[in-house]
Structures are given as structure tokens and as C-alpha cells.
Design a protein around this ligand. Structure first.
Ligand code: ADP
Ligand code: C5P
Length: 210
């Protein structure tokens, strides 16, 4: 029997429904311990920069993330060690002072736009999922969410989307679809795909307990 946790990666473009899919996969797992890790928590610390400089950062480029720390933390969880996960503040564009203590769990769900970009990171995952949603739907959701939840103006979301988010999606995010084991159209609405995922997770857990 292998004791290390299983790692499930959920990726897709901004606003594709990654968080919604992840929540549905995680719902009602009474007898399984789960940890939810967002790649966004591992955006590089930018507290040494001014707010004006932080606004200019390209947050859709692989280099925006502290991937070394993310891999270290996943490895620690795989080794049965607890981690102190960073907490990201989208309004300040940097890490907050807080961290979240995460003890080892049976299942780890890692969610983020570029989790399939790095080969070593990919190799840590047991199941890789790409949530595939049309660009027009994603931008509409992004506008609504960034204004309501991330302290942004309509103008700033549109400017960032056209100048950075869209080209980076085409260059770096969409091409990682080829690494996915499962491509989920319609995101959180796709109950068949979510059910398949849950069945697969249960089967892996059962296999480990043998
Ligand atoms: P991501 O994590 O990929 O950025 P989210 O799951 O956070 O995407 O979804 C982005 C926004 O779109 C959220 O405000 C969410 O409530 C909304 N949303 C997600 N899926 C749907 C859906 N199927 N129908 C309508 N709104 C949705
Ligand atoms: O949740 P979602 O997948 O949309 O989060 C990733 C997005 O967050 C990226 O497309 C990036 O442009 C955005 N982001 C931002 N400002 C930051 C950090 C990330 O707009 N400070």
C-alpha cells in the first residue's frame, strides 16, 4: 500500500470554471481528507515593489509564480509533512502577511491557470483535468468577478484582458491542454465529468487501501 496522498490538478483559462469544478469534486467527501491548493497562492511575493509596479506585472506568465515553493510544498505533503501555504491578496497584488497551515491529507486538489506548464509539477499529479470554456464566456465571467471580488474597474479588466490575459492564454495556457487526462467542457455544469472524476478518485483511494 502506498501512503502518500493523491494529487489532482485542475486547470483551464481564467473564468473557465476551475474553482466551480473543484468545489463540486470536493463536495460531500465525508470520509476522505482533502486539501485545496490554489496556484494563485504561489504568485511571487511582490511586497518589495510599489503598488504601481505591482499593477504592471504579467500575472499570466509562468514566471509570475513561485513554482519552486509550490513544488516544495507539494513534495512536503507527499512526504507526510504539514505546510504553511501563502495567502494571496488580489487587491494589493502581492502575498498577504497570513499563511494557512495545511496538514497532510489523503487527496490534494491543485487548481490554477498554469499548473500543467512545468514538467516536474505535472509529474506530481495523478489526474490532470483541463476545464475548457469558450473565450467569450470566460471574459464575461472575469469582468463580473474581478469587479465584484477583486477590486477592479471595468476599464482595467478590459485593458488587462486584451493586452495580457488573452495573448498569454494563447501562448502558455491553452497549449497545456495536451497534457490533460480529461478535458471538461461546460465546467461546473458538466455533472457527468464531475461524477467520473469522483468515481476515479474513489477507485484510486480504494486501491491504495488494499
Ligand atoms: P476560474 O476558477 O476558472 O477562474 P470560476 O469557477 O471561479 O472560474 O468561475 C468564474 C466566475 O464564473 C465565478 O464568478 C463563477 O461563479 C462563475 N461561473 C462559473 N461557472 C459558471 C457557470 N456554469 N454558469 C454561470 N456562472 C459560472
Ligand atoms: O482565478 P483565475 O484563474 O481567474 O486567476 C488567474 C488570473 O488572475 C490570471 O488570469 C491573472 O491575470 C489574474 N491576476 C490578476 N491580478 C493579480 C494576480 C492574478 O488579475 N494580482
Amino acid at each position: 500500500m502506498e501512503n502518500h496522498p493523491i494529487i489532482i490538478g485542475v486547470t483551464g483559462g481564467t473564468g473557465s470554471g476551475k474553482t466551480s469544478v473543484t468545489r463540486k469534486i470536493m463536495a460531500n467527501y465525508e470520509d476522505v481528507s482533502l486539501a485545496y491548493i490554489e496556484q494563485d497562492a504561489y504568485y511571487k511575493d511582490q511586497s518589495h515593489l510599489s503598488f504601481e509596479e505591482r499593477v504592471k506585472t504579467n500575472y499570466d506568465h509562468p514566471l509570475a509564480f513561485d513554482t519552486a515553493l509550490l513544488k516544495k510544498h507539494l513534495q512536503m505533503l507527499l512526504n507526510g509533512q504539514a505546510i504553511d501555504m501563502p495567502v494571496y491578496d488580489y487587491s494589493a497584488h502581492t502575498r498577504s502577511q497570513e499563511t494557512v497551515h495545511i496538514s497532510p491529507k489523503e487527496v490534494i486538489i491543485l487548481e490554477g491557470i498554469l499548473i500543467l506548464y512545468d514538467e516536474e509539477l505535472r509529474d506530481l499529479m495523478d489526474i490532470k483535468v483541463y476545464v475548457d470554456t469558450d473565450d467569450d464566456i470566460r471574459i464575461i465571467r472575469r469582468i463580473q468577478r474581478d469587479i465584484a471580488e477583486r477590486g477592479r474597474s471595468l476599464e482595467s479588466v478590459i485593458k488587462q484582458y486584451t493586452e495580457v490575459v488573452k495573448p498569454m492564454h494563447e501562448q502558455f495556457i491553452e497549449p497545456t491542454k495536451r497534457y490533460a487526462d480529461l478535458i471538461i467542457p461546460e465546467g461546473g455544469q458538466n455533472l457527468v465529468a464531475i461524477d467520473l472524476m469522483r468515481t476515479k478518485i474513489s477507485a484510486i483511494l480504494l486501491e491504495k487501501k488494499k
